[in-house]
Design a protein around this ligand. Structure first.
Ligand code: NAI
Length: 640
């Protein structure tokens, strides 16, 4: 079988390579001899590389299957399948298709690699519109083994079938784009994400925006890295054409300015980043990752995906497959939307017109993993352990301390409820990580003073510690799954201390921390023991004064890992669930087991702390401290 590739530029030479590698004889046609010479050189180079890597056995043999010529008429006569990849100009393409139609056998399918021109505009230059179809490759075709197969209104089922068979035969995965809309699926979504990234440049550097998608969402390249790789002129052209063809889209001024300055991306050594040589990559530090909300970037893409779905341009699985195979997204865009929560997606679209599909999903409570149904269905379970809410969201659990009127203080029910919830999550084989947080304005205000004030004797307090608090502390110390804490507000006393035992602690900017127990005649047993050992001497200042610290200071001390704006707390939690879910489950378990060994080393230190507070309980000053706190007066200490 002989494949005709018309146009030997960036795409044409790659497509010819793919076809020849799959065993086809290929005619590569261009109007320019120079283009053909340069294509031959590039093909030779890339086949050599493939041979070295073991992708093909004999580069020479593959190369010999490719003929080059400037004679389109003759080449057309022998063609069994045609792929057109000439410049993106409607008139040029129509001219080429007319020649193809006049000279190819009547049954031959004519496909076009156009990115922006409607297939029907090209097909109407022929007398076989039913045999014209879009076959949209991605750059470079040798590496990105994926195509969008685009139907025009007149493309026949037979043509579609043949094109699918052909795509498969050259080792390409594919989706079918059911309607000939400008930009098809991938480019429509890409331009939305890029437009938002360009808008964010008003307040952020490219590194900050790219770091957010790379290090938080897990994209292999940042938005601006991709733009520099694709070429600013190419993108500008795509945006311009899609705008002209009815997408509400404008080419941002910055792109035009870059073109004027010759900053075309990697190919000119400068774009959004600077490049030294062909292999150099932009330097993007993970340090910048939390300056931009990555959902702000993805949400316009998700909104566009909703439009595609609602208009039946492509189905859910096709849209997700396209972004994974075509753009190397770590998972499908709609799956990510379900991860982050459709309500959060809509919030991130603030100021933009929200697709009715997304609004209706929010109204119907189809919020994604957090409600069991979004674009997909998820395993979901909701229950209560006393004042503790337990929500299984497919592969993770969210445990919420839910006594907001008491700032989620740790009374007996809360201690026990937390313990039962953690045990339940640990038993469930689906669960890869546990998130803990608080409802209302507090994470947890610590031990419930009303409970502590009711202890009359040493035994009361000891009983409480041994029977109520210790089981949870032991469960957490021995926990086999990662625990991610989202500190949403006040974390005082026990509320701070619990965080010393969690694995990843993310705090919202307005979270506050303190261990003020000394001021009411008690002590913070874990902060003074485990805290001082883990965080270091600086913990002592806070234990000895009860001073409050903000989230940044808690981060400086090492109690908190990451500080995020309040509206990103939930999103950051989801990101970390996704990160730890990538680990081999046995590795995650082994890491937790290893950490347990170090906690065991500190066991006697913690026991000392617990012993000290138990000793304090029967003292007059302990009772006085609790009374004074409730009566909102200064306590009068007697003990020396
Ligand atoms: P290019 O500019 O690198 O190559 C176009 C080639 O077409 C040139 O070698 C030119 O001499 C040749 N040509 C022009 N008129 C011709 C004619 N009448 N007959 C035969 N050859 C002719 O362009 P590139 O980037 O390869 O794009 C080609 C097509 O692929 C366009 O439709 C573009 O939208 C599409 N595309 C491009 C992608 C990219 O990343 N560059 C990605 C996917 C699709």
């Amino acid at each position: 079988m002989r494949v005709l590739v018309v146009g030997a530029g960036t795409m044409g030479h790659g497509i010819a390579t793919v076809c020849a590698t799959a065993g086809y004889n290929v005619d590569l046609v261009d109007i320019s001899e120079d283009a053909l010479d340069s294509a031959k050189m590039k093909i030779g180079w890339s086949l050599k590389k493939l041979e070295e890597k073991g992708g093909i056995r004999n580069a020479m043999e593959v190369l010999q299957r490719i003929r080059t010529t400037t004679n389109l008429v003759d080449a057309s006569k022998e063609a069994d399948f045609v792929i057109e990849a000439v410049v993106e100009k409607t008139e040029v393409k129509r001219e080429v298709f007319k020649t193809l139609d006049d000279n190819c056998r009547p049954e031959v399918v004519l496909s076009t690699n156009t990115s922006t021109i409607p297939i029907s505009d090209i097909a109407s230059a022929t007398k076989r519109a039913d045999k014209v179809v879009g076959l949209h490759f991605f750059n470079p075709p040798v590496l990105i083994r994926f195509v969008e197969i685009v139907k025009s209104e007149r493309t026949s089922e037979e043509t579609l079938k043949k094109t699918i068979e052909f795509a498969r035969s050259i080792g390409m995965d594919y989706i079918v784009v059911e309607k000939d809309v400008p930009g098809f699926v991938v480019n429509r979504i890409n331009v939305r994400v890029l437009s938002e990234a360009l808008r964010l440049l008003e307040h952020h550097k490219p590194e900050e925006i790219d770091a957010a998608v790379k290090y938080r969402v897990g994209m292999p390249m940042g938005v601006f890295e991709v733009a520099d790789f694709s070429g600013i002129d190419v993108l500008c052209n795509v945006m311009n054409e899609l705008g002209k063809r009815g997408m509400d889209l404008e080419v941002p001024r910055i792109l035009r300015e870059m073109i004027k300055e010759g900053r075309l991306g990697m190919k000119t050594g400068r774009g959004f980043y600077e490049y030294e040589g062909f292999y150099s990559r932009a330097k993007i530090s993970p340090r910048f990752a939390y300056r931009v909300n990555p959902l702000k970037l993805l949400a316009p893409g998700i909104n566009e995906a909703a439009w595609l779905l609602r208009n039946r341009v492509a189905d859910r699985d096709s849209i997700d497959k396209a972004m994974v195979f075509g753009m190397a997204y770590p998972k499908g865009l709609l799956e990510m939307a379900d991860d982050f929560g459709i309500d959060n997606v809509v919030k991130a679209l603030e100021g933009k017109s929200v697709d009715p599909l997304l609004s209706s999903m929010v109204n119907e409570g189809k919020l994604g993993k957090k409600s069991g149904e979004g674009f997909y269905e998820w395993k979901y379970e909701k229950r209560e352990f006393g004042p503790v809410l337990y929500e299984k969201r497919d592969n993770y659990v969210v445990i919420t301390m839910n006594r907001p009127e008491k700032l989620n203080a740790l009374n007996e029910e809360m201690w026990r409820g937390l313990n039962e919830a953690f045990i339940q999550a640990e038993k469930d084989p689906d669960v890869r990580a546990v998130i803990i947080t608080g409802s209302g304005r507090a994470f947890c205000a610590g031990d419930d003073i009303a409970v502590m004030g009711s202890w009359k004797s040493f035994l009361d307090g000891k009983d409480f510690f041994v029977n109520v608090a210790l089981p949870l502390l032991n469960t957490i110390a021995n926990y086999k799954k990662p625990i991610i804490s989202l500190v949403n507000g006040i974390a005082f006393g026990g509320g701070l201390e619990l965080n010393l035992a969690f694995d990843i602690v993310i705090a919202s900017e307005d979270a506050t921390f303190s261990v003020p127990e000394g001021l009411i005649g008690a002590i913070p047993p874990i902060a003074a023991s485990l805290g001082a050992a883990v965080v270091g001497r600086k913990m002592m200042r806070y234990c000895l004064t009860g001073d409050q610290m903000d989230a940044e200071e808690a981060k400086n001390l090492g109690i908190v890992d990451i500080v995020v704006p309040k509206d990103q707390l939930e999103i950051a939690g989801v990101e970390f669930v996704n990160k730890v879910a990538k680990l081999a489950p046995l590795s995650a378990k082994a890491i937790k087991e290893t950490a347990r060994a170090y906690r065991d080393l500190l066991r006697s230190v913690v026991e000392k702390g617990l012993h000290e507070i138990i000793e304090l309980i029967p003292t007059q000053d302990f009772a006085e401290g609790m009374r004074a706190f409730v009566q909102k007066r200064r306590p009068c200490w007697r003990g020396k």
